[in-house]
Design a binder for this molecule. Structure first.
Ligand SMILES: Cc1ncc(COP(=O)(O)O)c(C=O)c1O
Length: 433
């Protein structure tokens, strides 16, 4: 039996309709930006394996950090114990994060980082004399993960259908989406801000927090907005006593050309969610960063005033050690400059695709380059699937979000490889749109 046959007999894959999906790619090893398949061929990982692989696969310094930490301390309970890698990583994250974020709470993945932030926001208000603040504000087409709280604040349209009756009521703000380069765009925000003002006038006193994916809404279709919009929305929510949660699970660690997308807009969030690229994409680990004021609200003689939340593998030492190594390598290998080079490439290449019949819009920011096609919903956009299949035949792995085709390669990729990937995508677009 082949690996694929054995897989099909026992494995249930995420976000996959097993009845119709193509056979999974049998990946036996990876290095740099390349996945090596069982038949000896290789595929360019143009989406960084679900946006996790920050620098490149199996980077020797990251592999060494994992091995050496595993041999020293594999795991230890993180309630009542601590260890050097968790403490040093917290120090390093606080030193790099937007100003004011001084406390690091570890969990396992992007969804749990978001759950923790949501719980912190509600409990903060409850313990600060405002227990009525339990409502969340979110952006239309947002995505924050697949646990129930994260699904609630995400837009239910494409992902949470059967669970909709179980999700909390959330107020959603329209987003003035921009194409091209969002850092240069100037867009009329009047309607979106008027909708927000109306909402705040009615419900401002009940708002716990606004949650946003700063500048790029990932799973919702790599939708981009301007720093000015981010600033304006955050300022309004704060003026009504709400907190601001920046979900940088996707945008963190240089993907948008700044270490954190929040800083493009000068946003200083009250809570910051990090995952994916935190470990360079090697192991699951996430972090929710909070301000002093939030941390202080959980202090007191009553044990129930604490944040009663934790996971078995909270602050796993191996994951923390490789996260530290990833931060070091990211700086040594100038990832932000590499993101700037990708941004410049997209700016020179993507506008010409706009001329193709099937293309609705192009946009780019840092290491993220996007072509949005006309037509098709999230689950039935056939043209983008044809483009995906054609790219795979030519050695490039993409995973369209409905009609949205994009690349977000490991930031350590050779520019020539990214350029080739886009030649392949462009050819496929010409044939299939
Ligand atoms: C912005 C954002 N938040 C949260 C998540 C959930 O992360 P995870 O899949 O690690 O649970 C994702 C995943 O894509 C994301 O893009």
């Amino acid at each position: 039996m082949t690996l694929i046959d054995r897989d099909r007999a026992v494995v249930w894959h995420p976000f996959t309709q097993a009845a119709t999906a193509l056979p999974p790619l049998p990946v036996v090893s990876a290095s740099g930006s390349w996945l090596h398949l069982a038949d000896g061929t290789r595929v360019f990982d143009a989406i960084s394996s679900w946006w996790t692989c920050l620098i490149g696969h199996s980077h020797p310094q990251l592999v060494a950090a994992i091995a050496s930490q595993a041999a020293r301390l594999d795991h230890v309970i993180f309630a009542g114990c601590t260890h050097p890698s968790a403490v040093e990583l917290a120090e390093q994250l606080v030193a790099r994060a937007p100003a004011g974020l001084t406390r690091v709470f570890y969990s396992d993945d992007g969804s749990t980082a978001v759950e923790v932030a949501l719980k912190m926001a509600v409990q903060f208000h409850a313990q600060s004399g405002q227990p009525q603040r339990t409502r969340f504000l979110a952006l239309e087409a947002g995505y924050h993960g697949d646990t129930f709280g994260a699904m609630s604040v995400g837009d239910p349209a494409d992902f949470a259908g059967p669970f909709a009756p179980l999700l909390w009521p959330v107020s959603r703000i329209p987003v003035p989406v921009v194409n091209g380069d969002p850092l240069r765009a100037d867009v009329d925000m009047t309607a979106a801000l008027a909708a927000l003002d109306l909402l705040l006038a009615k419900k401002g006193d009940s708002i716990a927090a606004l949650i946003v994916e700063p500048l790029v809404q990932g799973a919702g279709g790599m939708r981009m907005h301007t720093p000015a919009f981010l600033q304006a929305v955050s300022a309004r929510v704060r003026a009504h006593g709400g907190l601001v949660i920046a979900d940088e699970v996707m945008t963190g660690f240089g993907r948008t050309g700044a270490l954190f997308a929040s800083t493009h807009g000068g946003l200083q969030p009250d809570l910051l969610c990090l995952a994916k690229g935190l470990t360079g994409g090697t192991l699951p680990l996430s972090a929710t960063l909070a301000t002093d004021a939030i941390f202080a609200a959980f202090l007191g003689p009553d044990a129930r005033r604490a944040l009663l939340h934790g996971h078995s593998f909270t602050a796993n030492p191996i994951a923390c050690a490789v996260a530290l190594a990833s931060l070091r390598v990211g700086e040594d290998e100038s990832l932000l400059e590499r993101a700037a080079a990708l941004h410049a490439f997209y700016a020179s290449f993507l506008p010409q695709l706009q001329a193709l019949d099937g293309v609705r819009a192009v946009r780019w920011l840092g290491g993220i380059g996007v072509v949005e096609l006309h037509g098709g919903g999230y689950h039935d956009a056939q043209k983008s699937q044809q483009v995906r299949d054609a790219c795979l035949r030519d050695g490039v792995l993409i995973r369209p979000l409905g009609p949205v085709i994009y690349t977000m390669p490991p930031l350590g990729s050779r520019l020539a490889d990214v350029e080739r990937a886009w030649q392949v995508i462009a050819t496929a677009l010409e044939c299939h749109t």
